[in-house]
Design a protein around this ligand. Structure first.
Ligand SMILES: N[C@@H](CCC(=O)N[C@@H](CS)C(=O)NCC(=O)O)C(=O)O
Length: 241
C-alpha cells in the first residue's frame, strides 16, 4: 500500500492527494507533527519536507517528483501531457503555482489568521489541548497584522490580479491547458485551499480563509471551479475525466 507522509493542511500534500484520487489509487496517510515528526521524515527521505511518498522500497520526496512517479506507474488519466506545447504550458503553470502562488497564499493565510481568532482555532490540530488553545488565541494579533499588512499590500495586489485572470479563464474553460485535466489544474486548485478551504479540509475549516479572496465576487468562478474539480475527483471514473 502506498504511504503518503503529510501535514494535513499542506497545499503540496493536497496536490499529491488530488492526483492519487484522480488516478483512483489506494493509499494511506501518515500524519507528521511539524518539528519533531520531521526527524522521521529526514530519516526516511534524507530531507525534512513533506509530502514524501513511500512505495515499498521506493521513497520519493517533492510533490512534482511524486506525481511524475505516480504518472509512470498508473497511466490513466494522463496528467502530464505528451504534446510539446501543452506540456510546456502545464510545466510553467505548475511551477508558478508551486513557487509564487504558494508563497503568496501562505503569506495571506498568516495575515488572515493573525486577525481571525476562529480561523486560528480551526487551524489547530483536532487533538490540540484545549488548555493551550486560549494561549494561542490571546496573542497580540492586531499588532502582528499591522506589520505584515504593511509589508504585503503590493504582493496582495499582484496575487489578486493573477487570480482574477484565472477566474475569468475558468468561467468558460473547464481546464487551464488543453481539453482535459492536467497537473496545471491540480497545482493551482491545491494552492487555493489556503485562501478558501475546500470541503476536504473538514467541517471546522470549510469556507474559512482569507477575507478579500474567499468573499470576493470576482473570484467566485475560481472557487466554484476548484470545488467542482474536488467533487469530480471524488466521484468520477478516471477514464471519463
Ligand atoms: N517543493 C516541495 C515543497 C514542499 C514544502 O514546502 N513542504 C512544506 C509543507 S507545505 C514543509 O514540509 N515544510 C516544513 C519545513 O520546511 O521544514 C514540494 O513540491 O513538495
Amino acid at each position: 500500500m502506498l504511504e503518503l507522509y503529510q501535514f494535513k493542511h499542506s497545499t503540496f500534500c493536497l496536490k499529491v492527494r488530488m492526483v492519487l484520487q484522480a488516478k483512483k489509487m489506494s493509499y494511506r496517510t501518515v500524519e507528521i507533527v511539524p518539528g519533531i515528526g520531521q526527524v522521521n521524515v529526514f530519516r526516511l527521505s534524507g530531507q525534512r519536507k513533506v509530502p514524501v511518498l513511500k512505495d515499498g522500497e521506493n521513497v520519493i520526496a517533492d510533490s512534482s517528483a511524486i506525481i511524475e512517479y505516480l504518472e509512470n506507474i498508473t497511466k490513466e488519466p494522463r496528467l502530464l501531457p505528451d504534446q510539446s506545447q501543452e506540456s510546456t504550458n502545464v510545466h510553467i503553470i505548475e511551477d508558478w503555482a508551486d513557487t509564487t502562488l504558494a508563497k503568496y497564499v501562505r503569506m495571506e493565510l498568516i495575515k488572515a489568521a493573525a486577525i481571525d481568532q476562529s480561523l486560528r482555532e480551526a487551524l489547530l490540530p483536532e487533538d490540540f489541548p484545549v488548555s493551550l488553545k486560549g494561549l494561542i488565541n490571546n496573542l497580540p494579533c492586531e499588532l502582528i497584522n499591522g506589520l505584515t499588512q504593511a509589508l504585503n499590500n503590493e504582493k496582495s495586489n499582484i496575487l489578486l490580479h493573477s487570480l482574477e485572470k484565472i477566474s475569468n479563464l475558468v468561467r468558460n474553460n473547464q481546464w487551464l491547458v488543453g481539453n482535459s485535466l492536467s497537473i496545471a489544474d491540480i497545482a493551482v486548485a491545491s494552492q487555493l485551499s489556503l485562501l478558501c478551504f475546500p470541503a476536504s479540509a473538514g467541517t471546522n475549516l470549510v469556507g474559512k480563509g482569507c477575507s478579500g479572496y474567499k468573499d470576493n465576487p470576482l473570484l467566485d468562478p475560481l472557487f466554484k471551479w476548484r470545488d467542482n474539480l474536488e467533487q469530480l475527483l471524488l466521484d468520477k471514473d478516471p477514464a471519463s475525466i
